[in-house]
Design a protein around this ligand. Structure first.
Ligand SMILES: NC(=O)c1ccc[n+]([C@@H]2O[C@H](COP(=O)([O-])OP(=O)(O)OC[C@H]3O[C@@H](n4cnc5c(N)ncnc54)[C@H](OP(=O)(O)O)[C@@H]3O)[C@@H](O)[C@H]2O)c1
Length: 210
């Protein structure tokens, strides 16, 4: 299975690329610039000792079975409209959290949740996951944090594939979060976690249900 990480050159993309490659998946890092994609793919390959490829986003989407969209929320809907034809044939994972800083961080979805907005363009193979995974801790291979990942989606087959991907990563546990409409709850937890950390002198909080 090929997993492409669109905008995988950023914070969350790095952790996903190296940990999914370590789990045995073929991983492609996507970028708007081919050279940047290749440079980051080499950096990540050196970090984890696995082969990771880099391609421009459009090609990265074309070659994959599963596309994880690690791009800023403000650009996400334009991106999925632009690559709708190819993306709608694939399982698309949204970890995207629409939030703004108004003193503290505030959840500001465009209309419904970000995941539902993407699904309104791409169809039902959109699954949401990874919203509450703090990127810097996740990409530090010297640390193996234990987090739960709530996975929401309306297509049960696509959701099962994404849960298997999550569970392949050491010390992540996938939990079935129900329909895609529950994404708004999971997305909104991220600004809450950032504010909670800031108020309590903590950093990079994730979630674990016990
Ligand atoms: N950071 C976290 O801890 C975290 C945790 C959970 C979820 N998330 C979500 O994951 C997503 C990525 O977060 P991040 O922190 O990794 O973001 P980031 O580092 O700021 O950006 C990720 C990548 O997005 C690409 N990008 C920037 N502007 C773009 C545009 N106009 N169109 C298309 N691509 C563009 C860039 O790649 P190129 O320049 O190479 O194209 C960049 O490397 C966000 O939606 C965020 O809400 C983040």
């Amino acid at each position: 299975m090929i997993i492409s990480i669109v905008g995988g050159t950023g914070n969350l993309g790095k952790g996903l690329a190296v940990r999914l490659a370590l789990a045995g998946y073929k991983v492609v890092v996507g970028s708007r610039e081919e050279e940047k994609a290749k440079a980051k793919a080499k950096e990540y390959s050196d970090l984890c000792g696995c082969k990771i490829d880099g391609l421009v986003n459009e090609r990265a989407v074309d070659v994959c079975d599963v596309a994880i969209l690690t791009i800023p929320w403000k650009n996400a809907l334009d991106f999925v409209r632009q690559y709708k034809e190819s993306l709608s044939k694939r399982i698309v994972v949204s970890p995207i959290v629409p939030m703004v800083k108004e003193g503290e961080f505030v959840y500001k979805p465009p209309n419904s949740s970000m995941a539902e907005s993407i699904a309104s363009i791409l169809g039902d193979k959109v699954v949401s996951a990874f919203h509450n995974v703090p990127a810097k801790r996740f990409s530090n291979l010297n640390e193996t944090p234990e987090f739960d990942v709530v996975v929401c989606g309306d297509n049960e087959d696509a959701k099962a594939v994404v849960m298997e991907i999550v569970n392949s990563i050491e010390r992540l546990r996938a939990l079935d979060g129900g329909p895609l409409s529950n994404s708004r709850i999971v997305e909104s937890l991220t600004p809450f976690l950032i504010n909670l950390a800031s108020r309590n002198g903590m950093r990079e909080l994730g979630v674990k249900f016990v």
